[in-house]
Design a protein around this ligand. Sequence first.
Ligand SMILES: Cc1cc2nc3c(=O)[nH]c(=O)nc-3n(C[C@H](O)[C@H](O)[C@H](O)COP(=O)(O)OP(=O)(O)OC[C@H]3O[C@@H](n4cnc5c(N)ncnc54)[C@H](O)[C@@H]3O)c2cc1C
Length: 299
Amino acid sequence: MIRPFNYHRASTLEEALRLMAKYQEDYKIICGGQSLLILMRQGLVAPENLIDIKRLKEMSYISYDPEKGLTIGATTTHREIEKSPVIEKYFPVLAEAEKNLASIQTRNWGTIGGNLAHGDPAGDPAPILIAANATVKMASVEGKRSLPLEDFTCDIFETVLEEAELLTEIQVPVLPKRTAIAYEKFSIIKNQQGIVSVAAWITMAENNTECKDARIVLGAAASIPFRAKEAEQMLIGKKIEKNLLSRAGKKASEECDPVGDIYATETYRRLLVKVLTEKTAQKAWEQAKAASSSGGTHA
Ligand SMILES: Cc1cc2nc3c(=O)[nH]c(=O)nc-3n(C[C@H](O)[C@H](O)[C@H](O)COP(=O)(O)OP(=O)(O)OC[C@H]3O[C@@H](n4cnc5c(N)ncnc54)[C@H](O)[C@@H]3O)c2cc1C
């Protein structure tokens, strides 16, 4: 049962930050409520004050600038991202992942900011955005700051957000040429969170035969989404072929730190990491090769 709480609806970012500073001893931000309400119903979270930011239109936007890249406001819903022509054109891998994230009802309410701030290691957007080198912007009455998304989640369901600090924006830099990003998740039930997921970024070298740069990000394979850096190093400077991918997949499965639960044992998760790393890196490699021939990118 949900414990009684005081409800405050902010109509501007400034008002939200003031409310957060005022109630900083005991408040919780609610946006789409798709993750928070479950915790409240289970009695795991029982804030005295709920500060609703869902109607902050100034934080709901998607835009692209050829210099700065893509910016997504934190209160933008999953459904808006899935349907955005801008995302479809410049970051289709995210649009595709959004289609497989929960039901349409959940995507209509749930937001990208809420998803990242929830800090679930099985969330879909984080591995893709980390692979794409995204940064997050945060604000409080004290000021603003930004940091790489890679450093944002610090433990299971925990982020580096300070008391009275709001996640306001996600920025994705322009992809270098000859680069592709691919994403795969393995789930038992369609559109549910992945048992394991992998995002892979591959940049093809100018010679069109070797991998110039690689980023491999694992989801649900540890307490936070993280880069399998040793597996990445195995790919850089090499021509990517089956044998190498198999060894990189094995390395990623050694680098991860999964737990066993009712959905999968630790051993099964490691096996999935190996297979999905091979598959996703292969896909990104093929797409980077195609992008290289056309002088563009594929994300
Ligand atoms: C049935 C179901 C299936 C799901 N399947 C998937 C799936 O397949 N993949 C996936 O990735 N997710 C999945 N989810 C999770 C869910 O979609 C996201 O976590 C959701 O989008 C959270 O966004 P929200 O706006 O609803 O956040 P809320 O529930 O409102 O908030 C979540 C947390 O973030 C905090 N918060 C929210 N916004 C901000 C902000 N701007 N700044 C700081 N803190 C903030 C809140 O205080 C709270 O702690 C599923 C959820 C459900 C209910």
